[in-house]
Design a protein around this ligand. Structure first.
Ligand code: ITT
Length: 197
């Protein structure tokens, strides 16, 4: 089984990557230094790709400092984009979730509720950096629903949801079949399979 190191402080992201790529023959392991996930600095930027590339640059430096430069490393940056609130919460998704939460988002919205999630994944193959993007269109629910997932999952209904369920009302497998992260990681898997990186 091939191994992919994933540098993330978000256990929900790690679990989803394991759910999606595990059955396809990839062991996704948390990238840790001295037994803990290292901190990375996210630059102030209104662009997820810029943030993902900054994270992978720091990750590659850490790999090098461990004498593990030949190993692969994955990072990703994700955001929720709500059409009625241009650029919001977007790249500030983590900060906004901490400050006003899902409740706060619901209070800001009226009838216009379309939104999308975007993931930009950056992979160090052991030789070079490759970027993969995944998008999931949907809408913001009228109320918080579901206990699964993490972050904004209880208020996001993907367009593919057959019965109006939020991501938080789905299993990780269900969410990953059409989520932003699922799509970015599927593209990554296709790349690894073709290139054998
Ligand atoms: P990293 O260590 O990987 O950076 P993070 O939680 O800081 O983890 P991001 O900056 O990419 O990740 O995420 C921005 C915010 O968006 C954060 O609060 C997440 O909880 C939320 N988020 C990301 N992906 C999500 C998803 O699939 N469903 C719901 N919320 C999500």
């Amino acid at each position: 089984m091939a191994t992919l190191n994933f540098l993330t402080g978000n256990s929900g992201k790690l679990a989803e990557a394991q759910t999606l790529l595990g059955p396809l023959g990839w062991e996704i392991q948390s990238f840790e230094v001295d037994g803990k996930v290292p901190d990375v600095i996210e630059p102030q930027s209104d662009n997820l790709t810029t943030v993902a590339l900054a994270k992978i640059a720091q990750g590659v430096e850490l790999l090098a400092s461990q004498g593990r430069l030949g190993e692969s490393l994955l990072v990703e940056d994700s955001g929720l984009f709500i059409d009625a609130l241009p650029e919001f919460p977007g790249v500030y998704s983590a900060h906004i979730l901490e400050s006003i939460g899902c409740d706060g988002i619901l209070r800001l919205l009226d009838d216009e509720r379309t939104a999308y999630f975007l993931t930009v994944a950056a992979l160090w193959t052991g030789e070079a950096v490759e970027v993969f993007v995944g998008r999931c269109d949907g809408s913001i629910s009228a109320e918080i629903r579901g206990d699964g997932g993490f972050g904004y999952d209880p208020i996001f209904i993907p367009d593919e949801s057959q019965d109006g369920r939020t991501f938080a009302e789905m299993t990780n497998e269900g969410k990953s079949t059409f989520s932003h992260r699922g799509r970015a990681l599927s593209a990554l898997f296709d790349y690894l399979n073709v290139d054998g990186a």
